[in-house]
Design a protein around this ligand. Sequence first.
Ligand SMILES: [Fe+2]
Ligand SMILES: [Fe+2]
Length: 298
Amino acid sequence: MTLAIPQSTHHTLTVRRLTVDLSQGFNRHWNGGDAFLTAFCNALSMSFPVGEQFFIDAVREGAKHLGDSPEHEALRQTARGFIGQEATHRHLHSLYNAHLEKQGLVNHWGPRAARRLETGRRKMFRTSAKGHLHELAITAAYEHFTALFGDLTLEHVDQPGDWFANADEPLKTLWRWHAAEESEHKSVAFDLYVALGGNHTWRMRWFNYVVVQFTLDTLRQTVNNLWRDRTLHKPSTWASAARFLFGQQGLVRRIAQPLKAYRRPDFHPTQVGHSDLASQWLNNHAHQWRAVGASAQA
Ligand SMILES: [Fe+2]
Ligand SMILES: [Fe+2]
């Protein structure tokens, strides 16, 4: 089955430099004094340097297989913006993670993901003619999660269900900016996969793999962060986790539909979320970033 890519998703992505200062570090419980919310977000941050480098490599490799048609040319241009955006995220989260290390947390997720990736490259991605499609299918699946989290972050700003309502700066701005760009570039890896002939069967196989790995990795690193923080056994930690997962505005309730939607053969990332949330946040916070151009970092 061949899928049409909506033309509206082919646009130049702005690469932004965020004007936040991470040099001074941040509080141990920077997310509103909430140990669970802090540990959960910190766990995600720990995965980004390795994960986002993988996404960059997958999209860069995929773009090399595009042809000369105007549609492919437009997609190549969008891919450059994607690479620039992810490179900036990767850089800022590396600075962020260095402070986590100083706070005594240990990143197990990053090294584990790097080992897994090395095995994947040796056995499949770099030894098969379709290796680039496998890497893109994995990237598209992870990008579905990051876009979902991005949309959910921006959906309830300053309302019940806002994960960063009481977060300290500069991390509040860092997370919302990252959320906006994840939402903005959510179609890129998916569109490349489809444009290069990726099929639904493998898209589903890798999605199932990513759902399991991402859930387990997030859980393991969050628990480890809480254990090192000596807050794992506090009732308030578990109350916050229960609220976050199963509350009125809980994660499980909010992601069930979009996760199911990804399984449809005619799915496209633009069918879920709200495309204007990201642009609204970026416009409202234009004083906190400046454009540095897409091709500069591609
Ligand atoms: Fe990112
Ligand atoms: Fe992304």
